[in-house]
Design a protein around this ligand. Structure first.
Ligand code: IMP
Length: 195
């Protein structure tokens, strides 16, 4: 029997995401385990649709209550690009490509969006959202974190990029931590626990 509301299986192969989640969940006394199973990642303009489809597919594979998370970087001067296509853009042009697209652009506002989708064999998927506003830096800075962390300065972060922050510091500002906290509150409250 699972300890209901006290253990969350996180379907991801990204150790950085898992460590961020582990620290957030410890605030709520929720333990977490990393499930490295392949879940489909559909192409869609909407992060929630992507996260839900992955969560449904993952439950089909493992038969367990799980969460998945999907995130994207939305740059205002580029009309929200790369958004839901962040993974592909990171793999192709990467952080340097984004900095080139932003060369001579003064308006550098951007935000990260995160959707955590919970799904179980008994329930329909439920989504939790988080957003981190900030700016695209003028150059890469920092060596921590992953993905676009070296070029994203969250608001209120003292002009540091996510890659210049420890996991705990990133969790004070990040989109993912925001979505995970909403999930953890829901998961640990009420009479109907999930595991
Ligand atoms: P994913 O599909 O949720 O893994 O995220 C899509 C892409 O966005 C990833 O390949 C990362 O490059 C980027 N990304 C997602 N979350 C973060 C983050 O917290 N920091 C930096 N980049 C991120």
């Amino acid at each position: 029997m699972f300890p209901r509301g006290r253990l969350a299986f996180f379907v991801t192969s990204n150790l950085h995401k898992f460590n961020e989640a582990r620290q957030v969940f410890s605030e709520y006394k929720v333990a977490t385990a990393m499930l490295k199973i392949k879940a489909v990642e559909i192409q869609d303009d909407n992060l929630e649709n992507i996260a839900k489809a992955s969560a449904i597919d993952a439950v089909k594979t493992c038969g367990l209550p799980i969460i998945v998370e999907d995130a994207g970087l939305f740059i205002e001067a580029l009309n929200g690009f790369p958004g839901p296509y962040s993974s592909y853009v990171y793999r192709t042009i990467g952080t340097i490509g984004i900095l080139k697209l932003m060369k001579n652009v003064d308006k550098r506002d951007a935000y990260f969006q995160s959707v955590v989708a919970f799904n179980s064999p008994e329930e329909a998927p439920k989504c939790f959202h988080g957003k981190a506003k900030g700016k695209i830096s003028l150059e890469e800075r920092g060596s921590l974190g992953f993905g676009f962390d070296p070029i994203f300065e969250p608001s209120g972060g003292g002009n540091r990029t996510f890659a210049e922050m420890t996991t705990n510091e990133k969790n004070e500002h990040s989109h993912r931590a925001g979505a995970l906290r909403k999930f953890a509150k829901w998961y640990t409250s009420g009479s109907k626990r999930r595991f």
